[in-house]
Design a protein around this ligand. Sequence first.
Ligand SMILES: Nc1ncnc2c1ncn2[C@@H]1O[C@H](COP(=O)(O)OP(=O)(O)O)[C@@H](O)[C@H]1O
Ligand SMILES: [Mg+2]
Length: 265
Amino acid sequence: MSVPGLLEVRDLRVRFFSRYDEAVNGVSFSLPAGGLLGLVGESGSGKSVTALAVAGLLDRRRCCCEGQILLEGTDLLSLSPKALRAIRGDRIGVVFQEPMSAMDPLQKVGKQVEEVLRVHTSLSPAERREKALSALADVELQDPEKAYDSFPHQLSGGQLQRAMIAAAIIQRPRLLLLDEPTTALDVTVQAQIISLLQKLNREHEIAMLFISHNLQVVKKLCPRVAVMQTGEIVEQGETGAVFHAPQHPYTKRLVAAIPQRPDFA
Ligand SMILES: Nc1ncnc2c1ncn2[C@@H]1O[C@H](COP(=O)(O)OP(=O)(O)O)[C@@H](O)[C@H]1O
Ligand SMILES: [Mg+2]
């Protein structure tokens, strides 16, 4: 067998007890250290459930997961919720679509960015603040001190998403899960966030699983892509090849549906 990746998902199956069919139905993919993998597919195809499974965020009282999710060789599905919490934030960072709803409106941004440090480290408040400011600078917020002391509603959508990314990378995880991180943003801000992710990937060697229903965005960021339909990966490979010579009928439809305009950014 080839050298295992940072993340190896093997035959992942997720079934919610409230539903007859499987939300994720035998998904396998691999992400090397420092790699970028796009996961695309229409709404309801199982992208978020896949990411939630990897993040250990599925409520196991409401669904069952089978298969393997190997992070550096450890099967996350075999770990207790407590052990999973220790990994999340520390070795896996997670960023979701809506920065506004992911943040607590009543708490200053800086405190939320350093939240994982409270959970995972014994750093002093001053040390936590210093690390948070450095993470806010890493995500290229113009004035990290100001962002730190702001409430969420005082920042724009793009600034907030940067702050969410800062919170997700503050512990320098090996893996970042990004579920539609640019979908709520306008096209210009989207492009800026994509450039930021490229920079973080290059400079900090953080591997990323980047979920989007927008093929254009995935094409810009990810050298490899997996295409999901109704809980299954129907096609995966090098992004250019998948775009130019899609094999599966569903991928052909997805590619054909891309508006004929120049790539953004
Ligand atoms: N908590 C849940 N309980 C029951 N079904 C769910 C739950 N979360 C997601 N699903 C179902 O699982 C399938 C995959 O959902 P999801 O991963 O959110 O799709 P995507 O992110 O690709 O739009 C959908 O049919 C969705 O309705
Ligand atoms: Mg989703």
